[in-house]
Design a protein around this ligand. Structure first.
Ligand SMILES: [Fe+2]
Length: 209
C-alpha cells in the first residue's frame, strides 16, 4: 500500500511587504532631518536617557513630524501609497474605511543598541523605512505569531524553508521599507557598528471613510 499525496497546503500566510523608495535625495534629506530632531528634541533625549535607549528616538516626544520638515511630508505621501498597496495585497475590504498614518517616528540606534520583542497595539499596519544601514546593522527579527500555541512542537531543522521557520531575519538596504500587520511580533537585534543605524517607523490605524 502506498501513501501518495500532494505536499500540505500552506494556510494563514503572514505577508511581509518590501517597497523601495527610489529617491536617494529624499533618503539623504530624511537622514539630515533625523539628526536635526536628535539635536533639537530635548524631551526625546531625556526620555531616551531615562529609558536606557541606546541612541535617540522621537517615539515618545514628537507626534507631528510631517509638519516639521518637508522631507517627512514627502515621506508620508509615499508611505500612504505603500500602505494602500499593502492593504490590497492583504485583500482587505476597505469599503467605508480608510488607513490613517497615526504615528511616525525616527530611530537612531547606537552601537550595541537593540529593541526587544514587541507588537504595535491599536494599529493595523506597521513598518519601517531604513535610512542608514551600515555593515553590522542590527537585523529585524520576526517571530511566528503561532509560537505561543506550539506547546509540544519540536524545533524546525536549520535548513527548513523560510515559510516553515519560527523566526525570520531581515537586514534591509537603505531606501527599503518593510510593511507588516501590527500584530506581528518583532525585535531589533543588537547593532554592531560604530555608525548609527537610522530608521523611520510608522503605524497606520483604520478610520471610518
Ligand atoms: Fe516595532
Amino acid at each position: 500500500m502506498t501513501n501518495r499525496q500532494a505536499p500540505p497546503s500552506e494556510l494563514f500566510a503572514t505577508p511581509l511587504a518590501k517597497y523601495r523608495l527610489d529617491d536617494g535625495k529624499l533618503v539623504e534629506a530624511l537622514e539630515r532631518a533625523a539628526w536635526a530632531l536628535e539635536d533639537a528634541d530635548e524631551a526625546g533625549g531625556q526620555w531616551c536617557d531615562n529609558e536606557g535607549y541606546d541612541g535617540y528616538t522621537s517615539y515618545a516626544s514628537l507626534d507631528d513630524l510631517p509638519t516639521r520638515d518637508p522631507a517627512f511630508a514627502a515621506l508620508k505621501t509615499w508611505l500612504d501609497a505603500c500602505a494602500a498597496k499593502f492593504a490590497e495585497a492583504l485583500y482587505w475590504d476597505m469599503d467605508g474605511r480608510k488607513l490613517a498614518l497615526d504615528a511616525l517616528w525616527v530611530n537612531i540606534l547606537g552601537e550595541g543598541g537593540s529593541h526587544s520583542g514587541h507588537i504595535h497595539p491599536n494599529s493595523v499596519i506597521s513598518g519601517t523605512l531604513y535610512i542608514v544601514m551600515p555593515q553590522g546593522a542590527g537585523a529585524l527579527k520576526f517571530e511566528d505569531p503561532r509560537l505561543p500555541m506550539m506547546m509540544a512542537a519540536p524545533p524546525v531543522k536549520a535548513d527548513a524553508p523560510e515559510p516553515a521557520k519560527r523566526f525570520v531575519y531581515r537586514t534591509p538596504d537603505a531606501g527599503t521599507a518593510l510593511f507588516w500587520e501590527s500584530w506581528l511580533r518583532h525585535e531589533v537585534s543588537p547593532h554592531r557598528s560604530e555608525t548609527p543605524r537610522i530608521s523611520i517607523s510608522f503605524n497606520y490605524s483604520l478610520e471610518a471613510g
